[in-house]
Design a protein around this ligand. Structure first.
Ligand code: C2E
Ligand code: CA
Ligand code: CA
Ligand code: CA
Length: 275
């Protein structure tokens, strides 16, 4: 048993080394990725349930790695956050998203995810202004998506930044709603234009009375506070019907369209999307 224990320990150690090594490689590759602009923005449509039209897209980053191919954000955003590279990446995302919106998206809005570190960076507001100015995008067509994590640390400063964004005319959306802490107090104190119901709720909305009750409450709450309600991760027509009945304003999810690179969206005309 002792020997076995020692072996297990060794394997564990080696595993750790491999993880650390893999991370180092990823970090080194990331700095090249920034310089060489190996990132791509995929777009996922948002369907407006009132007009049955696509009124906006969410920009979702992918890393087109020269050797490994497309890498999903879950596999590099956390590393980028820890090394603060997320700030440079986030600036690129803002610029590219605004540019794409002007060149390709007609009147549709574009939503951009902003990480906590980027949000708190001193240059953040300037990077938003610059992205708007350089692209010529109307501020009203840009929306920033943040999660509750952004608000936790120093909420006075967070409020200042949000107010400045609002003053610019940029929309603000609270992402992954319902998964963080003290959601309700945040809703009353910060000027969100919309809240996105996390896909964990959407996923079980048709199977659980309790989850349906939560969704109903979120919708009523958001409505009372003058916010639009977006449901994310909608995959089935059944979910769509329930969410529409509950009064959601917009939905986003594989049912409407998967995130895709620009140019693949010709097939996503509204009347092909909903029956
Ligand atoms: P998120 O902001 O919550 O984005 C929604 C995620 O759900 C996306 O994953 C999207 O592809 C996925 N999704 C959309 N519809 C469905 C559906 O019907 N079913 C399921 N199962 N999933 C669906 P993705 O693109 O892998 O992005 C993951 C996360 O990475 C995002 O979560 C966001 O937090 C982060 N992220 C993505 N792009 C950026 C970026 O440009 N900057 C920053 N800071 N974070 C980003
Ligand atoms: Ca998002
Ligand atoms: Ca989300
Ligand atoms: Ca998420």
């Amino acid at each position: 048993a002792k020997i076995q224990g020692r072996n297990t320990y060794c394997i564990f150690e080696e595993g750790m080394d491999a993880a650390v090594r893999k991370r180092r490689v990823l970090e080194a590759d990331l700095s090249a990725a920034i310089e060489e602009e190996q990132f791509v923005l995929y777009l996922q449509p948002r369907l407006d349930l009132h007009s049955s039209g696509i009124t906006g897209y969410e920009a979702l980053i992918r890393w087109n790695h020269p050797k490994k191919g497309i890498i999903e954000p879950a596999d590099f955003i956390p590393v980028a956050e820890q090394s603060a590279r997320i700030v440079a990446i986030g600036e690129w995302v803002l610029k590219r998203a605004c540019q794409m919106a002007v060149e390709q998206l007609g009147a549709a809005r574009i939503s951009v995810n902003v990480s906590p570190l980027q949000f708190r960076d001193r240059g953040f507001l300037d990077s938003v202004r610059t992205a708007l100015e350089e692209s010529g995008l109307k501020a009203a067509r840009l929306e920033i998506e943040i999660t509750e994590n952004v608000l936790i640390e120093d909420d006075e400063r967070a409020l200042e930044i949000l107010k400045a964004l609002k003053k610019l005319g940029v929309g603000i959306s609270l992402d992954d709603f319902g998964t963080g802490y003290s959601s309700l107090s945040y809703l009353s104190r910060f000027p969100f234009d919309s809240i996105k119901i996390d896909r964990s709720f959407v996923h079980s909305v048709s199977g659980s009375e309790n989850v349906l009750a939560i969704v109903e409450t979120i919708v009523r709450l958001g409505r009372a506070l003058g916010m639009r309600i977006v449901a994310e991760g909608v995959e089935t027509p059944e979910q769509l019907v329930l969410l529409q009945a509950e009064g959601c304003d917009e939905i986003q999810g594989y049912l409407v369209g998967r995130p895709q690179p620009l140019g693949s969206h010709a097939t996503m005309l509204p009347d092909q999307v909903v029956e």
